[in-house]
Design a protein around this ligand. Sequence first.
Ligand code: SF4
Length: 916
Amino acid sequence: MKNRRDFLKLGALAALGASIPGCRKAEQPQLEAFSGPLDPLRAYPYRGWEDLYRKQWTWDKVVRSTHSANCTGSCSWNVYVRDGVMIREEQAADYPRISADLPDYNPRGCQKGACFTEYVYGPQRLRSPLIRAGARGEGKWRKATWDEALTLVAGKLLDNIYQYGPDTNTYFSVIPAMSPVSFCAGSRFAHYTGGVFCSFYDWYCDLPPGEPLTWGVQTESCETADWFNSRYIVLWGSNISQTRIPDAHFAWEARYNGAKIVGISPDFNSSMIHTDLFLAIQPGTDTALALGVAKYIVDNNLYDAAYVKEQTDLPLLVDKRTNRFVRPEGAPDRFFFHDAKSGKRVEAPGSMGSKEKTIALNGADPDLHYADSEVTTVFELLKQKLSPYILESVSQTTGLVLNDIRQFAHEFATRKPAMIIHGAGLNHWFHNDLINRSLILLVALTGNTGKNGGGFNHYVGQERVWPERGFRAYAFPEGVRKQRMQNMTLWTYLHSSNKDPHLYNGKPIEHYIEESIQNGWMPIYPKKRDQKPRALIVWRANYLNQAKGNEYILKSLWKELDLIVDLNYRMDTTALHSDVVLPAASYYEKSDINTTDCHSYVHPFNRVLDPLYDSKPDWEIFRDLAKKMSQLAAGRNLAPYHDQQFDWQRDFTKTYDAWSADGKFQKPEDGVNFILDGSPETKGMNFEQLKQHPLRFQKIDEEAWNSDIREGQAYTPFQHQVERKRPWRTLTGRQQFYLDHPWFLDFGEQLPVFKEPVADPKYPFFWNTPHGRWSIHSTWRDARYQLRLQRGIPICYMHPEDARERNIQDNDWVKVFNDNGSFVSKVQILPGEKRKRLTMYHGWERYLGFLQGGWQSPTVIKIKPTQLVGGYGHVNFRLNYWGPTGNNRDVRVDIVKYMPTAADLQAIRRTGKGRA
Ligand code: SF4
């Protein structure tokens, strides 16, 4: 034996029972060789494998919690703690059952949530406040005390307010439903310091703009248990097996209840394998398919005439010369239909200007087909608009087989209830509003909206804060009218060098933006247009990594900002490119609540352990920032600042007093109880009760909701309208498919119409960045266990034929590029991918495995002119309800094989980039 290594090798072989040539003891391997001073494990406290094994299933305490990553899951978990360490989690499976006739929500979870205990201790975890010591993004930091970091931030915010105005300080956080108390901690701070509060739901393109346009709501969907009630489920651009892991079972189980499932998606993904009919549609042509189906339904008299007459604007009269609705003189919010029974023109009840607060027809019979020399109906105009969508031409546009389209159209019209599950696959297109409207038209024509098992159900983003009244009072205490609200798409576009080269009706988008701002339809801050934003505070979000037009932002906005602050529990791309990083507690180290549109329960985050390292819950960080601001303002003898926009004397020596409501809010649980108590959905509940198990919402805030929570029934929206005849929240009081706003008329979009994607035809491939299985956006993108379940680096998926044409092989480095930017990553050849499309599941951090750029490098912000309108009944700017969306799918790119340079190879060796 030459050395110690050989000795250990032999010992190991012996332990495995291997035969060691020349060794007499080989037949009976002995472990004694490892005893005494030769035992390499002698300093290790767990002496034997039995000990380790037995202790794996012991713990000191179990605490309920969940995750808030905008996954829409809102799943109940138990977290196990031993010796002060969170060792594992387990699904709690304690949702009270809605009905024995429905599958229940237990157990609920996904593989990301199942390893969060590992993630919180990972190397990406932030441990102490950091102040930048190199260039932004360089990764050079120095540790700071909390006092130093907060003094720097509060001081700079005060400087900005007094020198440039409070609207130069901008705040960005997302999705209150996933942890409203954490959200409100920052929104209250922005509120009392006059800062600009930015939207997120439209910016992330989760908002389906067709819903505010057609229904006057932000988003209304059934809870996922209601999928089981459907007889026909259409997964339209939604890959529930990957993106709704806790809920997908409701759809698959619905097949045992007689449902058929149709999947519409360009690629054969993991949800499509469960479908009865798979339609491999050409990207961006979904509206053509929907309007073809609508035409089939109308032509074959398969529409629900009674429903359409009462619930939609299709019988309303339109002036043929102006294309405007027929209205009484001087009454922009009252409308008419022709009553077939009396033969007279009758005012439609329930519109915004109507005296009647019902849409009940009271015996009238609106004539869908009425037309004379001057007027016609919306229904007749719709028929004209649908005339080009004959199934043969739809087949050509969409690349689908004619018989498949016909089968789909016929089944959709005749199997009831039928629902569309709508996902980001459709909503991320530039013409998302037209897509939404055309799909909503299908469920309206067939009378499926407002019924269990039916409707158009959009699940993108965890948008639903059920206890909304209490939440609003906590988030913006003096009222939303005294808060500077900003659409984030517009803010980012105007404050960066993003430049959409397209012309819209011959004019650049800037023309429409300026007109919208001048008309007061959309706000832009800072209000003084010669000012620039100076500070950006980000919490509960990864703004930079997820931003469209990434390359432009990095070269412009990011250089212009004087201060970027990020509150975070991990070093993500935004944190890396910030000036000050404040370490936040993770989901398991704070108290809060969590709600989702996918189910009708509220449940808590409990503080499993005190915040790790030197981190603090974001609630405490904003509390301390408010205190620091008060202290600095007092120290500087600052006179109150007169905020002209609101005529508000802002006394910053009192910022903490205002933020804490004079000490009423001492801890996050106080905020939880305030929200619960202030909302009809949760009145009588408190945080202590929620600790026991999730509770289902009770009665509903009539003003805010469109259905009740009914015992024994899954929630589905719009029962108030369909059953109780309450007016829809639109100008006409009906599901409004006809929009006679001048801009909609100018663009020929008064009714749903198919328009080609707005993508530069110079490049051959659509760039597709869907939500994936192994992360929730960028969270868990850097998690060890998730990376092990895939190749572990950013991968661009490509069809084999496309790869062959470009001489690209699996696992090659490739460069993907267009005029906006480029990135270099590895490629995977995937037969299920659509030809002439490249896919990368989104969220990869820029620093994680790209040799150049990031997945957002080829994107540019494109604003749709009609999403800038306002001043039209129900269509007005409202944070996260109405405003331009940050769509990202109308992007084309090209791809070439990339040969790593010497510098690349060095980087690969140094960082491990590109190693699968
Ligand atoms: S990450 Fe979301 S979906 Fe997954 S277990 Fe947690 S709450 Fe559920």
